[in-house]
Design a protein around this ligand. Structure first.
Ligand code: HEC
Ligand code: HEC
Ligand code: HEC
Ligand code: HEC
Ligand code: HEC
Length: 446
């Protein structure tokens, strides 16, 4: 194992954290996932048992339009996914595959349609390219367990949903199934447990442990907001559910409805936390400003960030100006666009940095980027219901004249730059930063 890691690091010049990403999401490798279904070539399903999203488009144009710009449509097209999978495949001599595709392309998993070596994306059948497509989600007839996509897929004439009295149509049977309004349905794909029982992705479990499970606010209430319309042209007006499935992530390649998705993600992130700041009104020159920012997770039913917390960055940026002089800064970026922490290629360190990104550790408490070594995830993300105070004690120069302008921001991005560079995907840079909150205060010098 050490040899593989050394080889990988040498070949790809990856930081350990990056190798984690390549191999880690699945907890795959020699000690593979146990809490997962077999890679289901034995189900005797073929790709043609699943229908393409375009075959639904004419009768469900709105759902199609919304889905086509979503991360579900992006799941296999995602260039970071492709790059990471390829790294994992070369480390494991193509034996990794089932672990990665089991959530990112159910059709490939259920049918064995994705070659276990490098593949030509354009040559894959559309049902595989579509990642989490319509006919994957709408043929789920049950759940086996609550992680690793352990759903029961029953492709065929019947599409399941939550319309109790569907109008009959020539294309398919329709059947009401209450599973489709439950959080468990989403949770099975969204939670990932490694073979060692490490919970690497836990959005469902976070939600279940938080208060929103008790009040009955489900994933769909926030991620598939209801609106009135027709499920099919000319059909009855009913309550429908938005399939854009907005979260925190953005497509990094040209993608349908990109501007709309960017706006929706921005709105989502800006409504994720309540943020408060205590900044004094006055300070004596040469003294310190004692400043507190509070991140309150009273709006999101799960941790913020969530999903893949070991790559999501959510950090506090503060700038203090005395006239035109910048006298203090934290949360600013280095020349590579990285935060000034241990992952920066430069020596300068941002001692006050608050960043809610997670880190992994081995059994012997040594930091690692390798999930198969990882036995513990240090996850500083903000738990549902939590109030996180972040304190700063900022020295003000004796010569400061004031008034000081204090600019505060809570910033988010889906990927750190060092990860993207390590993947050799520099063309995707820069990763957009979304400001979740900002405020501006004035402090008088006494
Ligand atoms: C990630 C899973 C997922 C994907 C992908 C998905 N759906 Fe859905 N769909 C759902 C769920 C869940 C509901 C019910 C939501 C509820 O009741 O809260 C639903 C509801 C529907 C409905 C009923 C009307 C409505 O809007 O509630 C139709 C029709 C539908 N989907 C068609 C499609 C089509 C067509 C596609 C592909 C273009 C698609 N779905 C992709 C999960 C999915
Ligand atoms: C020939 C038109 C047509 C095609 C093609 C079609 N549907 Fe439908 N579908 C309908 C109609 C009509 C309804 C009922 C709408 C209503 O009652 O408001 C429906 C309802 C649904 C429902 C809701 C079922 C329920 O009981 O909640 C789902 C889910 C669904 N379709 C998925 C799909 C998917 C996935 C595809 C593509 C694989 C597809 N449909 C293709 C016409 C079609
Ligand atoms: C009360 C509203 C609410 C509920 C309930 C909710 N979410 Fe979220 N979700 C959000 C918000 C706001 C964000 C953006 C902040 C963040 O990334 O955590 C988000 C982000 C996400 C992300 C992206 C996380 C990241 O940081 O990359 C995923 C995946 C997700 N939600 C899935 C789910 C699932 C699955 C459920 C149900 C088990 C669920 N959510 C329940 C509001 C909600
Ligand atoms: C068949 C597996 C599967 C099911 C079922 C599923 N998802 Fe997903 N979902 C994924 C995958 C895989 C991605 C990530 C794609 C990527 O970014 O590469 C994703 C992405 C998302 C995102 C975007 C995350 C972000 O960071 O922005 C949200 C939000 C989301 N799903 C919500 C839901 C909700 C709500 C449900 C239930 C109605 C659901 N998902 C059901 C597999 C699934
Ligand atoms: C249990 C299902 C599951 C498995 C197995 C899985 N993933 Fe994922 N993956 C997801 C979900 C769900 C998300 C979205 C989480 C979010 O956005 O918060 C995701 C997100 C990602 C992302 C971030 C995508 C983005 O654009 O932000 C990458 C990269 C990724 N996965 C790669 C992999 C690789 C490589 C493997 C195999 C080693 C793998 N995944 C195995 C479910 C899975």
């Amino acid at each position: 194992m050490r040899l593989v890691r050394g080889l990988l690091a040498a070949m790809f010049r990856l930081s350990p954290l990056l190798i984690l990403l390549g191999l880690g999401l699945s907890g795959c490798g020699n000690d593979s996932i146990t809490d997962s279904p077999p890679i289901a070539q034995d189900t005797a399903l073929t790709v043609d048992d699943f229908e393409t999203a375009t075959s639904c488009q004419s009768c469900h144009p709105d759902q199609f339009e919304q889905w086509s710009g979503s991360m579900h449509a992006y799941a296999l097209k995602d260039p970071t996914f492709a790059a990471l999978r390829e790294i994992g495949q070369s480390a494991y001599i193509n034996a990794l595959d089932g672990a990665c595709i089991q959530c990112h392309s159910i059709v490939a998993r259920e049918t064995g349609a994705l070659p276990w070596g490098p593949y030509d994306f354009d040559a894959l059948p559309p049902q595989v390219q579509e990642g989490v497509g319509c006919d994957v989600c709408h043929v789920v007839s049950g759940i086996r367990s609550l992680s690793n996509a352990d759903l029961i897929f029953s492709p065929g004439a019947t599409k399941f949903g939550t319309i109790p009295d569907p109008v009959p149509n020539v294309a398919h049977e329709s059947e009401f199934n209450s599973l489709y309004s439950s959080s468990e349905y989403c949770g099975s794909c969204h939670d990932l447990v490694t073979g060692d029982g490490l919970q690497l992705e836990a959005v469902f479990r976070e939600w279940r442990a938080g208060g929103f499970a008790v009040t009955g606010k489900t994933c769909n209430d926030c991620h598939m907001p209801a609106y009135q319309g027709s499920a099919t042209p000319g059909g009855p007006v009913r309550t429908l559910h938005d399939h854009s499935m907005v979260g925190a992530d953005l497509a990094l390649i040209p993608f349908p409805n990109q501007a709309r998705q960017h706006q929706l993600v921005t709105d989502m992130l800006r409504s994720a936390l309540t943020v408060e700041a205590d900044v004094p009104l006055t300070v004596a020159a040469g003294d310190t400003i004692d400043l507190q920012v509070r991140l309150i997770n009273d709006l999101t039913g799960h941790n913020v960030p969530s999903g893949v917390p070991f790559i999501r960055q959510m950090w506090i940026a503060i700038e203090i100006m005395d006239g035109t002089n910048l006298i203090y800064t934290t949360g600013d970026l280095d020349a590579n666009g990285d935060l000034k922490d241990e992952n920066s290629a430069f020596a300068e360190r941002d001692e006050d940095l608050f960043n809610a990104q997670g880190t992994m550790f081995r059994a012997d408490s040594v930091k690692t980027g390798l999930t198969w070594e990882a036995r513990y995830l240090d996850n500083p993300s903000i738990v549902a219901g939590e109030t996180r105070p972040v304190d700063y004690r900022i020295p003000i120069p004796p010569g400061a004249t004031g008034p000081l302008r204090v600019e505060l921001k809570l910033r988010f991005r889906s990927f750190p730059h060092y990860v993207i560079r390590g993947l050799g995907q520099d063309a995707l840079l820069p990763i957009p930063i979304i400001d979740m909150w900002e405020d501006s205060r004035t402090v008088a010098i006494l």
